[in-house]
Write a new protein. Structure first.
Length: 129
């Protein structure tokens, strides 16, 4: 292989590498966009959940719009009533997210109070020089 051929081969390889790096960046950006859309969809709770959450998730994935027509309105409303009932008091043995968040806030307050008392006690117990 002549020096000119070697140089041409190296340039071609460098161009292919640059193209692959650019493609990799595009794929990473798409991955990040999809992860963000999935996280946003997953974060919706109880009455935050809406058909629009599915629509935006599908849109982020590059899927075509879905047919959101419900057909029989009375059947759909009956399904909605059952759905809301399951998401409220009749939802099973688990606590609702609202109850869990209230408990979490109370525990966080207790932790802050306990941490402050512990820090104060530790300061009083330090030997003075």
């Amino acid at each position: 292989m002549t020096p000119a051929q070697l140089q041409a081969s190296l340039l071609a390889a460098a161009e292919r590498l640059q193209e692959q790096e650019e493609m990799l960046e595009l794929l990473r950006a798409e991955r990040d966009q999809l992860r963000a859309a999935i996280r946003a969809h997953h974060a919706q709770k109880a009455d935050d959940r809406c058909w629009m959450d599915d629509y935006t998730l599908y849109q982020a994935a590059g899927l075509p719009p879905v047919d959101c027509r419900v057909g029989d309105k009375f059947a759909m409303l009956a399904n909605c009533v059952r759905f809301v009932h399951k998401r409220c008091d009749g939802g099973g043995p688990w606590k609702s997210y609202a109850v869990l968040e209230a408990e979490n806030a109370h525990l966080q307050e207790q932790l802050e109070t306990t941490s402050a008392l512990l820090a104060e006690t530790t300061l009083r117990q330090e030997p003075r020089t």
